[in-house]
Design a protein around this ligand. Structure first.
Ligand SMILES: CC(C)(COP(=O)(O)OP(=O)(O)OC[C@H]1O[C@@H](n2cnc3c(N)ncnc32)[C@H](O)[C@@H]1OP(=O)(O)O)[C@@H](O)C(=O)NCCC(=O)NCCS
Length: 395
């Protein structure tokens, strides 16, 4: 489009970001924007010198698989001024972001719901693919619950991070799909921009009420919404489902007292999915995705490949309906194969979200000049990683 310039945010552009963002998503002050930079950056679109679009990008680490954390940028509050929509401006900002974030990030990502909406189609059109499907769950709890978990100030969490990490690591040892937890993570996450943009009351429950914390839950009730649910932001237990049940029952009681429901999002591998069902949570139609697009496939392949020696003799090309490229050339390459698949399958392969063997057997991935042996080697080098989302990470 003539006169369109898309580029990265620079200090001094705050008013431009907020001119677009605040007209669509509600108020955020300049101070609250600036405070989060440079971790927060943005793609901006100017048409004939006037700002017309902004895509804020939150840079963070993201676990693709246990111990495999990569730098990514989460898009959020994505907006183009109403009178300029459907002219390719949003897509042009994403294309620019792919370029200017390439030295810092492996993936552009977004939490996005409503697969039938125009907003979802925008992300698809601009190259994002579904990496995780999440179903909302809600629990209309009853009065007769009992619990030995106790509500305490959130400072107690910060003072007991070793207990919290232990509970967390024993609940989610096999999962990716979220930001890596480490000391300092929770204070940073709860101080994140989303909690300024969407303020809420934070409730923290610990179990048992004294001594080592073996189970905990972090919850939020949005402030500006009169019948806001009690959202589960994160729950974990080093004492199996017993501790988690105590925490959930305490939350259920609180929700009942406030005349509201408890909510969360579950994926196929969520460890408490069946505990939720047992307690009476109802699963609703899936409506949240973690979507992503790989910026530099060659670099990401090197990062996600668990056993490079398994592919050392291969030159691996990729063919999709939209792209051709060399993905990897092993140091002892003597055989050339081409992975042929839809773009979505390749994005999943590179994010460790594909069961390669099953994709090969079901014809979702064909390997030119390959065979089941090559598929098996790839499956071992790039094993499928279960993902679990915590709403604490949402932005
Ligand atoms: C989503 C949005 C940033 C896309 O920007 P854009 O410049 O219109 O995007 P493009 O022209 O590159 O792509 C257009 C596609 O976006 C989608 N789209 C169009 N209008 C839209 C709208 N009002 N809201 C959401 N998505 C829209 C459609 O799929 C469209 O494809 P089509 O033109 O073939 O039907 C912009 O439409 C917008 O600001 N929407 C409102 C805010 C929003 O929904 N943000 C996303 C969720 S955080």
């Amino acid at each position: 489009m003539q006169g369109l310039v898309c580029r990265e945010y620079r200090p001094g552009d705050t008013a431009d970001v907020l001119e677009v963002r605040n007209s669509i998503f509600g108020p955020l002050s300049a101070e609250d924007w600036d405070r989060y930079c440079p971790q927060m950056t943005a793609g901006l679109a100017y048409l004939d010198g006037k700002v017309v679009g902004a895509i804020p990008l939150d840079q963070r680490d993201f676990l693709l698989a246990p111990q495999l954390s990569v730098p990514v940028a989460f898009e959020h509050a994505v907006g183009v001024k109403e009178e300029y929509r459907s002219r390719g401006i949003g897509t042009a900002i994403i294309e620019a972001a792919r370029e200017f974030m390439a030295d810092r990030c492996d993936l552009l990502m977004v939490y996005r719901g409503a697969e039938r909406s125009a907003g979802y189609r925008f992300y698809q059109k601009s190259g994002h693919r579904d990496l995780l499907c999440l179903s909302p769950v809600r629990w209309d709890s009853s009065a007769g619950l009992s619990s030995d978990a106790q509500r305490v100030d959130i400072e107690v969490l910060y003072d007991h991070e070793d207990d919290i990490l232990r509970a967390y690591n024993s609940t989610y040892p096999l999962c990716g799909g979220h930001a890596p937890r480490r000391r300092g993570y929770w204070r940073a996450a709860l101080g994140g921009q989303i909690f300024v943009a969407v303020p809420g009351e934070i409730l923290f429950y610990r179990y048992p009420s004294d001594g080592e914390i073996t189970a905990y839950g972090i919850f939020k009730i949005r402030k500006r919404d009169s019948d806001a649910p009690l959202e589960i932001l994160e729950i974990a237990s080093s004492s199996g489902t017993e501790g988690a049940r105590e925490v959930l029952q305490a939350a259920g009681l609180e929700a009942h007292r406030r005349n509201t429901v408890v909510t969360d999002y579950v994926s196929a591998h969520h460890p408490y999915r069946y505990l939720y069902r047992e307690l009476g949570f109802v699963e609703e139609e899936r409506n949240l995705m973690i979507m992503g697009q790989v910026i530099n496939p060659q670099r990401l392949f090197q990062r996600v490949c668990r056993f490079p020696q398994l592919v050392a003799d291969l030159k691996i090309n990729v063919w999709t309906p939209t792209k051709d490229y060399v993905l990897f050339e092993g140091p002892e390459a003597i055989r050339e194969v081409t992975l042929e698949a839809k773009d979505a399958i390749i994005e999943r392969l590179l994010t460790r979200r594909l069961d390669v063997m099953s994709a090969f057997r079901h014809d979702l991935l064909t390997i030119r000049n390959g065979d089941e042996g090559i598929a098996g080697r790839l499956a071992e080098a790039l094993p499928f990683s279960p993902w679990c989302h915590h709403h604490l990470d949402w932005i």
